[in-house]
Design a protein around this ligand. Structure first.
Ligand SMILES: Nc1ncnc2c1ncn2[C@@H]1O[C@H](COP(=O)(O)OP(=O)(O)OP(=O)(O)O)[C@@H](O)[C@H]1O
Ligand SMILES: [Mg+2]
Length: 223
């Protein structure tokens, strides 16, 4: 399957993508991960390099508007993790990835600023409309399943529940698992990721499995 990690602007995507990839690798289901860096800033790819994060899986550079013809979503328990650029600035790449994505994770902080750029941007297309316009170009004829991941949350802050509700009102599914604001995650890019399964990202993998968003057990044969 292919998981597209997306957002209109800087929202913690690459950090989340690096950690979630490792939590998948560490999971008991023996997922295999292959990374694609579809952002011109190349930070996912750069983080993976031997002299930096030394990732145990490859990350390919793929910031291409022909992503959908160049990359075949893998089968079984092989998971393509795609770190996307800003949909605000690189809509053609986003449109291409959305043609083949099995799951979209929309990354955001529970803030008015991120909510506005996703739902009511002044100078761009609302993310919901980007998803909707992918439908006719997809094999299913429907937009890809999409889940919001709230990140950089602050313990006991009302913002987490408030924006979970606001995104639900917009029609989005929102993961129960949230990624807390922390120095460990915030300063992790460029260094190895260790023990991801024991963090909120491990809890996220468990939630994704429970929700049927990841292949488990004998489901290895299908996407
Ligand atoms: N859980 C976290 N806690 C604290 N800081 C975080 C966390 N996740 C990300 N950050 C910080 O937020 C900033 C943005 O993160 P990141 O670069 O991953 O976002 P991005 O969406 O990939 O941005 P861009 O689209 O510009 O590449 C960085 O300074 C990062 O260190
Ligand atoms: Mg990034």
């Amino acid at each position: 399957m292919l998981i597209a990690n997306m957002s209109p602007r800087t929202t913690g995507k690459t950090t989340d993508t690096g950690w979630l990839s490792h939590a998948l690798l560490e999971d008991a289901e023996d997922y295999e991960v292959v990374g694609y860096d579809a952002d011109h800033s190349k930070q996912f790819w750069s983080w993976s390099r031997p002299e930096k994060g030394d990732f145990a899986f490859p990350v390919h550079l793929q910031a291409s508007a022909k992503f959908h013809v160049e990359v075949a979503p893998p089968m079984g328990k092989r998971i393509a993790m795609v770190d996307c650029g800003h949909t605000e600035n690189h809509i053609f790449i986003a449109d291409s990835i959305l043609r083949v994505a099995d799951l979209v994770i929309l990354h955001m902080s529970p803030t008015a600023a991120d909510w506005e750029r996703i739902c009511e941007p002044e100078t761009a297309k609302p993310f919901k409309d980007i998803l909707a316009s992918s439908a006719p170009l997809r094999a299913t004829g429907k937009p890809p399943e999409t889940w919001v991941l709230l990140n950089r949350t602050v313990a006991n802050a009302s913002s987490t529940g408030y924006y979970r509700e606001e995104m639900s009102k917009e029609g989005y599914s929102v993961f129960s698992t949230v990624i807390p604001r922390s120095e460990r995650f915030g300063d992790s890019m460029g260094v190895p990721v260790e023990g991801a399964a024991k963090t909120a990202f491990g809890a996220l993998v468990t939630e994704m499995k429970k929700r049927g968003l990841l292949p488990v057990g004998g489901q290895g044969a299908s996407r």
